[in-house]
Design a protein around this ligand. Structure first.
Ligand code: ATP
Length: 239
């Protein structure tokens, strides 16, 4: 069964100022899916997410969330509208506690009680985070910090969450844990669009995959279809 896509890009050409990075890109992510974007370095994966979120310039084409056009909206508006984005270089505030970092994730509420209540819900969901809520974020391990970044982005209870390279910089022993967390977020009902350098890992959790090269979508399929595609394997999965 298919549902209407929750997030779409239709014929988007975009970049930065006069520089064009993406050419005529169309993707559709259905409600409740995990979608994964793979492709070589510099192919425009981060730019695709930035074009959805208002960090890059859409030169033509449209971006749609829940059927409503959001092309060119600001990141703040997108966050308030139920979409969160964990940037590749997302960082925690090292001098603040885990809990204070969580509250920052709910700043758009303008309501301290509501933010605190939402943080408690997330500690129930991720007890490891609740256990260290008083600890300064700068003292966390890489895996704990990534979990905090993910949980902080959940403070607004987003319908759609975009994650740019969630496994980057993590020790191998934490990588499986992060992917389990991503599947857990998805089980809670959040639609996820993920950029992942570890293409096999990313596609293995994905309902839908997109291969981007030189700013164009070259292949689309289910995660399994792309993993099993001979050409995708040879060109983009290292054999
Ligand atoms: N702020 C910017 N201004 C101008 N050009 C940019 C900007 N950010 C990225 N680019 C260019 O856009 C192209 C695509 O970069 P992008 O970061 O989207 O690729 P990527 O596929 O995410 O790469 P990586 O896997 O290395 O993160 C690159 O040529 C890059 O130099």
């Amino acid at each position: 069964m298919t549902t209407d896509p929750i997030l779409r890009m239709d014929n988007v050409t975009s970049g930065y100022g006069n520089t064009t990075v993406l050419h005529d890109v169309s993707i559709a992510v259905e409600d409740g899916q995990i979608a994964c974007l793979i492709g070589p370095n510099g192919s425009g994966k981060s730019t695709l997410m930035k074009s959805i979120y208002g960090f890059a310039d859409v030169q033509s084409g449209t971006v749609t969330l829940r059927g409503e056009e959001i092309t060119g909206r600001s990141p703040q508006d997108n966050l308030a509208n139920g979409m969160s984005y964990v940037l590749q270089d997302a960082s925690v505030f090292p001098g603040m506690s885990v809990h204070e970092n969580m509250l920052m994730g709910g700043y758009v509420f303008n309501d301290d009680d509501r933010a605190a209540a939402r943080a408690e819900e997330l500690y129930d969901e991720f007890p490891v985070l609740g256990d260290i809520r008083g600890q300064k974020a700068g003292t966390l391990s890489g895996g704990q910090r990534r979990l905090l970044e993910l949980a902080r982005a959940l403070m607004v209870d987003p319908d759609v969450m975009m994650l740019d390279e969630p496994s980057i910089g993590l020790e191998p022993r934490f990588i499986d844990d992060v992917f389990e967390r991503i599947e857990q977020l998805n089980d809670l009902g959040t639609t996820i669009l993920l950029v992942e350098q570890n293409a096999e890992k990313g596609l293995s959790v994905a309902d839908r995959g997109f291969v981007l090269a030189s700013g164009e979508i070259k292949f689309t399929g289910t995660g399994t279809e792309l993993l099993n595609d001979e050409e995708v394997g040879r060109l983009y999965l290292g054999g």
